[in-house]
Write a protein that binds this ligand. Structure first.
Ligand code: UD1
Length: 421
């Protein structure tokens, strides 16, 4: 397995381009299942999760062409509405094919994703919503099997805010008969990006970005072109990397608009963040102090502080001045990076869903293990500020969600290299 070797102590400076959002691209690729006509997407990031999703769609009969960051999908001949365990187990977001497949083919068989490192992550809300829309859903032999001649509009209420749940039900409702209302809907910007793409395909969705989404079902969707929004978590991760190293970095092709909670906390930590809108491009500038102040956070659904940025903030708090209280409210087991950060010398105490992090003036390089996608990012940030060499093993997690991370960090002056297995 590949590993990353980082020699810490370099202050990051320079400019780097932010890629398209993984969590927007994944559902939008699945939206292609809803139409017989081609869907062309640009700003699609080159990530392993995107490769997995394309493989999944291909084995259902979707034809595709990929050139640079552009992907054209043609689902005119869908002959196999099945998502097998072998692919789903590597990426939970595969569940996003469920809604579109039942809506378009009248049937879908999708392997249950099972748990993952950060928690149990059930899909009961996806199933509850489809059932309310008239689908007959059974769970047998590890597969969710859903059937419906045509889904019908319904009033849906999810027990908790679920991002992919909202996306699955919104896509399914596009081809349903009548109006569907999703209450307690996720307000994440990626939900809005998906709704914009679906509306460009002829869907009638209103309210995306609020907690009540209304969808008027239509008989068919048509082809469209759509540009995937910038990745706000990649943006936040680079902001944290710059902040931790006392750096000065400009990020292009992204926007502060999706990142208020993160930007606020980095400013509380002592950073200066400014954005600039030039014709056709938006940039974000961060200038960090020599030492950050510790910042407490509590994760919650958008627009509050994102759980996908919690690990990166733990890394910056580990070297900040003072003590931070970090509360994780979305996933029950999302502190695995803490024990690895402790191996680098961090002072962290965990009590249930709360971490108490007291900043140390310095961390020391060591060998650590990446345990999930965002945990890996926090170890990279810690490695950038640790004294000496940090070896990060199991970086396949990083490749799932960060495009060319070591190349981008090298551009900013970091001393980081990949050692092939
Ligand atoms: C999405 C993001 C992920 C992010 C998470 C929370 C994608 C591809 N992934 O994941 O990066 O960390 O949102 O912002 O967009 N839950 C249930 N039953 C369900 C659905 C969810 O109990 O049917 C629970 C989950 O276990 C979790 C919480 O609800 O505790 C929120 O999960 P959810 O928003 O669904 O996360 P994902 O959509 O899987």
């Amino acid at each position: 397995m590949d590993k990353l070797i980082i020699t810490g102590g370099v202050r990051l400076t320079g400019e780097v381009a932010i890629s398209g959002a993984k969590n927007a691209a994944l559902p939008i690729l699945c939206a292609a299942l809803l139409t017989k006509e081609p869907l062309t997407l640009s700003n699609v990031p080159a990530l392993n999760d995107i490769g997995t999703m394309l493989k999944l769609l291909a084995q259902m009969g979707v034809k595709m062409e990929r050139e640079g960051d552009r992907v054209t999908l043609d689902a005119s001949d869908l002959h196999n509405p099945v998502a097998p365990y072998e692919l789903v187990k590597t990426m939970r977001a595969s569940i996003l094919v469920l809604g579109p497949l039942v809506a378009r083919c009248g049937e879908a068989k999708v392997s249950l994703p099972g748990g993952c490192a950060i928690g149990a992550r059930p899909v009961d809300q996806h199933i509850k919503g489809l059932t309310a829309m008239g689908a007959e859903v059974t769970v047998e032999h590890g597969y969710v099997h859903a059937r419906a001649t045509r889904l019908k509009g319904a009033r849906l209420f999810t027990d908790m805010v679920t991002v992919t749940g909202t996306e699955n039900l919104m896509m399914a409702a596009c081809l349903g008969a009548g109006e569907t209302v999703i209450e307690n809907a996720a307000r994440e910007p990626e939900v809005v990006d998906l709704a914009q793409c679906l509306n460009a395909m002829g869907a009638r969705i209103a309210g995306a970005g609020t907690d009540v989404i209304r969808i008027q079902g239509v008989d068919a969707l048509h082809g469209a072109t759509h540009r995937i929004m910038p990745d706000r978590i990649e943006t936040g991760t680079f902001l944290c990397a710059a902040a931790a190293t006392g750096g000065e970095v400009r990020l292009t092709g992204t926007s502060a608009g999706y990142l208020d909670a993160v930007v606020d906390k980095l400013m509380d930590a002592g950073c200066e963040i400014t954005s600039e809108k030039l014709p056709g491009i938006e940039t974000l500038m961060i200038q960090a102090p020599a030492r950050l102040k510790a910042v407490s956070i509590r994760t919650a659904p958008y627009p509050a502080f994102p759980t996908d940025m919690q690990a990166q903030f733990m890394a910056i708090n580990a070297v900040a001045e003072g003590t931070a209280v970090m509360r994780e409210t979305i996933f029950e087991n999302r502190f695995m990076h803490a024990v690895e950060l402790i191996r680098l010398g961090a002072d962290i105490r965990i009590d249930g869903n709360t971490a108490f992090v007291t900043g140390r003036p310095a961390l020391q390089g060591a060998t650590v293990m990446a345990t999930d996608l965002r945990a890996s990012a926090s170890l990279v940030i810690a490695g950038l500020v640790a004294e000496g060499e940090t070896h990060i093993e199991r970086i396949y997690h990083l490749d799932r969600g960060y495009e060319h991370i070591e190349r981008k960090l090298t551009v900013l002056g970091a001393n980081i290299r990949r050692e092939k297995a």
